[in-house]
Write a protein that binds this ligand. Structure first.
Ligand code: ZN
Length: 136
């Protein structure tokens, strides 16, 4: 597979509004989008640093993936997302190399991207998201 850049870094937070303050007031970034992804049971806030985004994730349900993550590990970095030019091909490639896939097919994520996750058991503990921006 061919990665083009780090698309975003996903960060689990308990409270989106409180966390946005830190990124805006201390780091001087600007939140440009807040979006709920019902499918993932999260509310997300986005910032841009160069061509890389930061995606803050607040759980809308304690039983959702972010709710469970925070309960187990607390707030912090949740996943790393790489941009690829051909997501389905990248998934097939990873699968052929024995990587456990969370998503065998691309699905819709925030920001209109097609996304899929690789299982952290196959990636040395880093939950890895691959995404493809079809608009670009
Ligand atoms: Zn993500």
């Amino acid at each position: 597979m061919e990665l083009t850049h780090i698309e975003h870094i996903g960060i689990a937070v308990k409270n989106l509004d409180e966390s946005i303050k830190y990124y805006e007031e201390v780091l001087g970034l600007k939140c440009y989008s807040i979006e709920e992804v019902a499918d993932q049971k999260v509310k997300t806030a986005f910032f841009k640093v160069g061509q890389t985004k930061l995606e803050l994730l607040e759980s809308t349900d304690p039983e959702g993936p972010i709710g469970k993550f925070i309960e187990k590990k607390g707030e912090g970095i949740h996943h790393l997302a790489f941009h690829v030019n051909d997501l389905q091909n990248a998934l097939n490639d990873a699968n052929a190399k024995g990587v456990r896939l969370i998503d065998e097919k691309p699905r819709k994520g925030a920001e209109g991207l097609d996304i899929a996750f690789l299982h952290p058991k196959s990636t040395n503990g880093v939950l890895t998201e691959l995404c493809e921006d079809k608009v670009k």
